[in-house]
Ligand binder design. Structure first.
Ligand code: HEC
Length: 323
């Protein structure tokens, strides 16, 4: 008796199983997700995953139906009967007309050209609201004046060069430990070595003194960069600092040709000064996490960092256009 009942339902049990699995994935999982995550909205199953689950279900049902000739006959029985008009000619006509219509409508929906809003493009360097007064600004530490070089030379001769407070303590500790002849040997670069040699010999070229002073500024700038910018922009200034992955809009890679090389120094200064919050609407929809550095760094510190930033990236700023 039970087999007789089973026979009648073979076709529908397959169809129902398919519908139940679909409903569980489509509505069951999102409903369960609400109580699991305690979020105020359900998490829907992605379309591709839905497709994979339904394909697997189809394959499983196909294996079941084709397991034996008997099952196959039970499943196909109602289908054949329907097509032969065993359930009435009107329902058959309706289904045979509806199936191609639905298929045609779906294909039409897929292929018809749609009117869509153009995707909004983000402008990384909005020039419209960039204050023109910044454009002509020059980095005062890239090109020290003769007076500044002279003052530096005098300090160096007296071995009394002082540094920014952020690095002074480390240099003092190093002095106590190694007792070097000159404090500037803390910066072991070639231009500095040349300067110290000339200082020893008693006659220093102006150009050599100037490049040594720039070396000192670069050193201070690098230290400030490491303290403030490295977490996002990275050791290698490639925008790959330890925090970088946390931002949707990645911190800029300064070694990329399309970034700081294409803008004038004054713009870089303005950008560092005002950070992400200073950008106008053209720079949305993704908000930049770049901090507003005027709140934490003095003008001098910002310029020194910019000097080091270009140097570390091996780039030169764009030259302002003269009209
Ligand atoms: C919290 C992470 C973070 C820190 C810290 C940070 N930045 Fe940024 N920076 C960003 C992001 C994000 C952008 C914007 C990316 C964009 O606009 O496409 C950016 C953009 C910039 C740009 C713009 C480059 C361009 O081509 O427009 C400069 C210059 C810059 N940063 C310099 C610095 C300097 C200098 C420091 C340290 C004083 C610093 N940043 C610290 C995240 C950071």
């Amino acid at each position: 008796m039970t087999t007789a009942k089973f026979k009648v339902n073979r076709f529908w049990s397959i169809v129902l199983t398919f519908i139940v699995v679909y409903a569980l994935i489509k509505w069951g999982i999102p409903a369960a997700s609400r109580s699991i995550t305690a979020l105020p909205f359900p998490l829907s199953v992605p379309g591709t995953l839905m497709f994979i689950y339904m394909m697997l279900t189809l394959v499983a049902l196909f294996l079941l139906v084709t397991f034996s000739d008997e099952y196959m006959a039970e499943f196909l029985g109602p289908v054949k009967k329907f097509l032969a008009g065993g359930y009435g000619k009107i329902p058959r006509l309706l289904v045979l007309v509806a199936v191609p219509l639905i298929a045609g409508w779906q294909v039409y929906e897929l292929t018809v050209p749609k009117v869509e809003l153009p995707s909004s493009l983000r402008i990384q360097h909005p020039s419209s609201n960039f204050p023109k007064t910044f454009e002509a600004l020059k980095n005062p530490f890239a090109n020290p004046t003769t007076d500044e070089v002279q003052a530096f030379l005098e300090q160096a001769e007296a071995n009394e060069v002082s540094f920014i407070p952020q690095v002074q303590a480390d240099i003092d500790a190093w002095m106590d430990m190694t007792e070097p002849e000159h404090v500037l040997s803390f910066i072991p670069t070639k231009p500095m070595q040349k300067f110290l040699d000339q200082l020893d010999a008693g006659s220093v070229d102006d150009e050599i003194a100037k490049s040594a002073l720039i070396e000192k500024h670069l050193f201070e700038g690098r230290a400030l960069y490491a303290m403030n910018c490295r977490p996002c922009h990275g050791d290698s200034v490639a925008g790959d600092g330890p925090m970088a992955d946390g931002f949707k809009l990645r911190p800029i890679n300064f070694t990329d040709n399309g970034t700081i090389e294409t803008i004038v120094e004054g713009y870089t200064f303005w950008r560092v000064t005002n950070g992400g919050p200073g950008l106008p609407v053209e720079a949305t929809p993704w908000d930049s996490a770049m901090p507003e550095w005027k709140l934490n760094l003095t003008e001098e510190e910002r310029w020194k960092i910019i000097l080091a930033e270009y140097d570390l990236a091996q780039k030169t700023p764009r030259i302002p256009e003269t009209h």
